[in-house]
Design a protein around this ligand. Structure first.
Ligand code: NAI
Ligand code: 15L
Length: 270
């Protein structure tokens, strides 16, 4: 349990796969959660929820969205690889709008849903830490890399602290052999967000978002101050994952940390 509670927490991307989970699991961390998405959301389920539709690409709307909140869990945006033009508004303009609104309204803590696709072109034979060079595997990964830089800048310039979580694969279960390395359970994701919200003095911290999987490509030594202690492991799914057809050794999903994202596109007009 957290050692304190925010008055009002903003969750973007609340209608998404992770947002629907976080809507419930973030409840203990704030008196009120303001839920937002461009997609339709279920109505507020009580006085502890507020629902505010917003397009992240709309600067004025994001400014109004952030007014009155004490912390932001920013999970909204395009979550897979697409043409640059599709990603530009929600992810690149969107993350700038969030931080600019945070600056204007005095919000001092953000959790940013970054992604393993910031480093996706590294080979699976490598072990990375937070200082490893980024190798984005597409426009989506580039947008998350930009988001991490925005977070760093707003800390250096304005003192807004961020935990950038380079989420691996956060689904109910790993869906393939690659995800045996990258899987992050919903409980461990929630713990990471809790640590990001309530740990003092995080500056801009980057953490790889993975459970305590038996095999990993990621070393979280530079995020040790979070005291993140993952409880789950992908190992309990091994039998079912190993029953799936095994990709060839040179398939991108077996070579690159970002898996098939490295081979997405080129995209025409979307
Ligand atoms: P999702 O695609 O299910 O949810 C993203 C939400 O953002 C959607 O509900 C969508 O309507 C909303 N959104 C898209 N464009 C928007 C806009 N212009 N304005 C406002 N909202 C907009 O994705 P998921 O899986 O829930 O992921 C949540 C976040 O975590 C995303 O930022 C994603 O990039 C990141 N992430 C997720 C991973 C995973 O394994 N689920 C892995 C790495 C990162
Ligand atoms: C991501 O960044 C995506 O949002 C998610 O849908 C998965 O594809 C995940 O990465 C992954 O790499 O498994």
């Amino acid at each position: 349990m957290p050692n304190r509670t925010f008055n009002r927490l903003l969750l973007t991307g609340a209608a998404g796969g992770l947002g629907k989970i976080l809507r419930d699991t973030l409840k203990p961390f704030a008196h009120v959660i303001r839920l937002s998405d461009i997609a339709t959301l279920a109505p507020a389920r009580g006085s502890h929820e507020e629902v505010q539709r917003c397009d992240l690409a709309d600067k004025q709307a994001v400014d109004a969205l952030v007014e009155g909140v004490d912390a932001i869990v920013h999970f909204g945006g395009v979550s897979t690889e697409h043409a640059f033009e599709t990603i530009l508004g929600p992810n690149i303009c969107g993350v700038y709008h969030i931080y600019e609104a945070a600056r204007r309204h005095g919000v001092k803590r953000v959790i940013f849903a970054s992604s393993n696709h910031v480093i996706g072109f590294h080979k699976q034979s490598e072990t990375l830490d937070a200082t490893s060079p980024r190798r984005p595997d597409g426009y989506y990964g580039l947008s998350k890399s930009f988001g991490e830089d925005v977070a760093m800048f707003y800390f250096d310039r304005y003192g807004i602290e961020t935990l950038s979580i380079r989420i691996g694969s956060s689904f109910p279960a790993p869906q393939n052999l690659r995800m045996m390395h990258t899987w992050l359970s919903y409980d461990d994701l929630t713990q990471l967000i809790e640590r990001g919200l309530f740990t003092e003095h995080i500056g801009h911290t980057i953490v790889y978002g993975a459970s305590a999987n038996a095999h990993t490509w990621w070393d979280n030594r530079y995020a040790a101050h979070l005291n993140y202690q993952p409880k789950d492991s992908s190992e309990r799914f091994r039998e079912q994952v190993e029953k799936l057809p095994k990709p060839a050794a040179d398939d991108p999903s077996m070579v690159y940390q970002g898996g098939v994202f490295v081979a997405a596109g080129p995209f025409g007009d979307e």
